[in-house]
Design a binder for this molecule. Structure first.
Ligand SMILES: Cc1cc2nc3c(=O)[nH]c(=O)nc-3n(C[C@H](O)[C@H](O)[C@H](O)COP(=O)(O)OP(=O)(O)OC[C@H]3O[C@@H](n4cnc5c(N)ncnc54)[C@H](O)[C@@H]3O)c2cc1C
Length: 625
């Protein structure tokens, strides 16, 4: 081969750039659809790396993991097979915000994901750094790597996370680096700009890591895992380790004083950091400045895994100089002798403005080119993984000539996530929260499979047999709901003694078990004492039946609200509408509608700067057309 000939490393149906949380899900989804996929990533040692906190799940994030699992994805299974602690959060609150969170062994998590990917037919992992997207007449055709090798495909999914032109900042030190000292990605950002994409700069940060032996746990509050716990995935039952604890401690007045007296050395406050950081994950220096009235801030110590002494200092994200970090750490209760293993740092990176994407996460500029994960301006493993799965399914659908796969805001947190990003865009790392969902009582952790698994079978990412199992589960749930309405509890002395013991009023007549369950103080476990057959019901079914009975009224009302919502949401707007020519709409609305090209009135109504009056006028224009 002559020097000027280009070596083609292979032809695939799809190429995924980057094996972070988004890339792994995207590649696995495409392979599950029976298509060939190449997963190109800078370092195979960084596959599914968790550069920040060791946890998966929690409110909204846990819901997304359950949705990813219902669509046959990896994250839920991998977390179930690598957790050091499992806890259901918000058990004192309603079912809409209750969610599972796993503290994981980061290395084991990576190993589980890597093994799954390496054993997946149709999926090839290749270590390479992509520097260019190959396009021909408006269509993505493949990629070029740093060695000059090209790979061809009908669809390309870019998931480069926090690596594009990334710089790591600690005090006055600013170096070109990815997370954990890994190589940044050079060249691709410039190529995307040359292709016409708008890019921005964002920032996120991480706390120091300390050695376990240097911690005085006796001065802290232990946080144990749940004794009995559900899992993210029905496919993972074997892994049941002895759980590790997390520990709660606090900053002190000394910590705050050290921070205040060194703010002039903070790159954040010295203006060395240009990128916007995550509002809901502020650095400790930000917390001390913004919440100056607070005497102390909570700090959680989270083990990074079984086979490491490294401990993650949650709530202590910082980019202050190392000497200051050590002083700050040693002013925290129980960390007086802390040994810092890794300093906290801030990382800045390039991202792509997501309003340049359709609801399929496909670019509007080049057909067959998709973006997913932190590159779209989101923050979080779960948000990235969810987008990766979504983009992977859509890349597969594109190759197969199938219609785009889109979930509505009323169907999934994934729908809320993608719609928010591509419709509203973001100027800071976007983090998913339950408050972002209008219909969260329907988007619960426990019913993710019922909502999404059938759609997964439809697009070919979930095997048909799973549907059979789901239908059996759902039949079981219906039967138990009906049974509890029929099953009478008689006002025996033992029954009323038990009700009194849980501060619930006695019954005087035969009462339906469901009516008792609807009492706020009566849980499934408490009802099982007087309706013993309930203790036979599997945990995941019991949870579901309990919610369906207790919240039946609220759920019915939310279903009505969804019907109303879907009327606008399903009212489609044709492609290629020339909004700039529409008189009667505000100038801002015309500009924004032109840029976003919404596919429905519902989506149009969520674009910031588009008023209800604009929507009404738009309807008139399009009806007339
Ligand atoms: C310092 C730090 C702090 C964070 N703090 C938080 C936090 O507090 N809360 C939170 O929710 N999330 C936080 N995150 C974010 C979280 O890590 C990410 O959201 C998540 O990892 C994003 O997943 P991703 O798949 O989009 O990208 P990443 O996990 O970043 O993976 C991208 C992958 O692409 C590869 N790659 C990049 N460029 C190329 C290229 N040109 N060619 C080939 N391969 C390439 C990389 O090697 C990597 O494997 C933090 C991340 C970092 C780095």
């Amino acid at each position: 081969m002559s020097v000027d000939q280009v070596y083609c490393g292979g032809e695939f149906d799809c190429i995924v750039v980057g094996a972070g949380h988004a890339g792994c899900e995207a590649a696995h989804a495409v392979a599950r659809m029976g298509l060939s996929v190449a997963l190109l990533t800078q370092s195979m040692e960084a596959i599914a790396l968790m550069p920040c906190n060791p946890s998966v799940g929690g409110p909204a994030k846990g819901h997304v993991v359950a949705e990813i699992d219902a669509l046959g994805g990896l994250m839920g299974y991998a977390a179930d097979m690598s957790f050091v602690q499992m806890r259901t959060l918000n058990t004192g609150k309603g079912p809409a915000v209750q969610a599972l969170r796993a503290q994981t062994d980061k290395r084991l998590y990576q190993q589980v994901v890597r093994e799954l990917l390496e054993r997946t037919p149709n999926l090839r992992i290749i270590q390479a750094s992509v520097v260019e997207i190959l396009v021909e007449s408006g269509v993505a055709r493949g990629v070029r790597t740093h060695t000059g090798t090209i790979y061809r495909a009908e669809a390309v999914v870019v998931t480069t996370g926090t690596y594009m032109e990334s710089t790591v900042i600690v005090g006055a030190s600013i170096i070109a680096s990815g997370p954990n000292g890994l190589m940044p990605s050079h060249g691709l950002a410039a190529n995307l700009r040359a292709l016409g994409f708008r890019l921005g700069r964002l920032k996120t940060g991480t706390p120091p890591r300390i050695h376990r032996r240097s911690i005085h746990f006796d001065r802290m509050e232990e946080q144990r895992g749940d004794a009995s716990y559900t899992r993210f995935s029905r496919r993972s039952s074997r892994f049941a380790p002895e759980q590790m604890s997390c520990w709660l401690t606090y900053t002190t007045a000394a910590t705050h004083e050290i921070i205040r007296s060194n703010l002039h050395r903070s790159p954040l406050y010295a203006g060395l950091i240009a990128g916007r950081g995550p509002r809901y994950c502020p650095s400790i220096e930000d917390k001390v400045v913004r919440f100056a009235d607070k005497e102390r801030h909570q700090i959680f110590l989270e083990p990074e895994g079984y086979s490491t002494e490294e401990v993650y200092v949650q709530g202590f994200s910082t980019s202050l100089p190392e000497d200051v970090q050590v002083m700050m750490l040693r002013s925290v209760i129980g960390l007086e002798q802390a040994e810092m293993m890794r300093a906290g740092y801030a990382i800045e990176y390039d991202f792509v403005d997501p309003t340049q994407l359709t609801l399929a996460l496909e670019s509007k500029l080049y057909a067959g080119l998709f973006f997913a994960g932190q590159i779209n301006g989101s923050s979080g493993y779960e948000e990235a993984a969810g987008q990766g799965l979504w983009a992977g399914i859509n890349a597969g659908a594109k190759v197969r000539g199938l219609p785009p796969f889109v979930l509505l805001r009323s169907e999934a947190y994934l729908g809320v996530l993608v719609d928010d990003l591509v419709t509203k865009g973001t100027s800071e790392p976007y983090r998913l929260m339950t408050s972002r969902a209008e219909h969260r009582l329907l988007l619960r952790f426990d019913n993710a499979e019922s909502r999404l698994l059938p759609k997964g079978v439809e697009v070919g990412v979930v095997p048909e047999r799973e549907l059979v199992r789901l239908r059996e589960d759902e039949a079981g749930i219906r039967q138990w709901v009906e049974y509890l309405e029929r099953r009478k509890v008689s006002p025996e002395e033992a029954v009323n003694r038990h009700l009194a013991s849980v501060f619930s009023s006695p019954i005087e007549h035969n009462t339906a078990a469901a009516a008792l369950l609807r009492r706020p103080e009566i849980t499934w476990e408490r009802l099982s004492v007087i309706v013993p057959e309930l203790s036979e019901v599997a945990l995941h079914l019991a949870q579901r039946v309990s919610i369906e009975v207790k919240y039946a009224g609220y759920i019915a009302r939310q279903c009505e609200a969804v019907e109303l919502f879907q009327r606008l949401e399903l009212k489609a707007i044709p492609n290629g509408v020339r909004y700039s020519e529409m008189r009667g709409l505000s100038l801002e609305a015309r500009e924004k509608l032109e840029r976003v090209q919404p596919r429905s009135y519902g989506q149009a109504s969520r674009i910031s700067g588009v008023s209800p009056a604009d929507i009404a006028m738009l309807m008139v224009h399009l009806e007339r057309r």
